[in-house]
Write a protein that binds this ligand. Structure first.
Ligand code: C5P
Length: 234
């Protein structure tokens, strides 16, 4: 089995990101670059991490008119990232434009097509948040609705919370890749993740990839933390 651990490089600058990446690289499968690091270090940090040979998940959660999202996805594809995120609440036309752009751009550039992942309902949203913006207020039902729409629109993967994996596996084709944050081993300090599973439980529930931040980067020994998580999966 390939290594399913994606380490979130949730650090403020390129220097810290490259240091963390070098420390844990042998024990992990990919690195996630999100808004904080990308906004401070720019596309160069993507190129630098890719230059080490590591796979990159660019988590910028695009949500805009289809034409703009298609162009942003084209730019990400040319950076040779392996995964990227868009918001499914942007609608079917936006998701279709994103997937088509990834396919077309990769073919033109002679690169592999990145996995365009749909983000459904953020785990920070609850029934009140959904009601506030005029959506179906049941978070589980809204997740399932957006997930089904994403697959219809041609997306091949989704980001979901650990507690949604089992329900999504019931309604989605088995080929859909599920990427899940909210992973905790029990060894770390309590933080803002409330609804968690262990790495092994998440894989057993049907996750293909695990996004892990603090349990690795905030550990006293990040490399050992990553190695322990990997060992717990076998
Ligand atoms: O430190 P921790 O393991 O909680 O990091 C999880 C990563 O996954 C962070 O980069 C966080 O932004 C991201 N994420 C999340 N929950 C979501 C979507 C993304 O924790 N629903």
């Amino acid at each position: 089995m390939r290594n399913p651990i994606i380490v979130a490089l949730d650090v403020p600058n390129a220097e810290q990101a490259l240091k963390l990446a070098a420390t844990v690289a042998p024990a992990v499968g990919a690195f996630k670059i999100g808004s904080e690091l990308f906004t401070s270090a720019g596309p160069d940090i993507v190129r630098q991490v890719r230059a080490t040979g590591a796979a990159v998940f660019l988590d910028l959660k695009f949500h805009d008119i289809p034409n703009t999202v298609a162009k942003a996805v084209a730019s990400a594809t040319r950076l040779d990232v392996q995964m990227l995120t868009i918001h499914t609440s942007g609608g079917a036309a936006m998701m279709k434009a994103a997937e088509e752009s990834a396919q077309r751009t990769a073919a033109q550039a002679g690169l592999n097509v990145p996995l365009v992942l749909g983000v459904t309902v953020l785990t920070s949203s609850d029934a009140n948040t959904l009601a506030e913006i005029g959506c179906e207020p049941n978070p589980g039902r809204q997740v399932e609705r957006l997930a089904a729409l994403a697959v219809q629109a041609g997306l091949r993967g989704l980001v979901c919370s650990p507690l949604e994996i089992a329900a999504l596996r019931q309604i989605l084709p088995a080929s859909v890749q599920l990427v899940t944050p909210g992973i905790r081993t029990g060894a770390e300090k309590a933080d803002d993740q409330k609804r968690t599973l262990s790495p092994r439980e998440a894989i057993q529930a049907g996750a293909n990839w695990l996004v892990i931040g603090r349990p690795i980067y905030a550990a006293e020994n990040s490399r050992a933390a990553a190695e322990n998580i990997l060992a717990s999966l076998n």
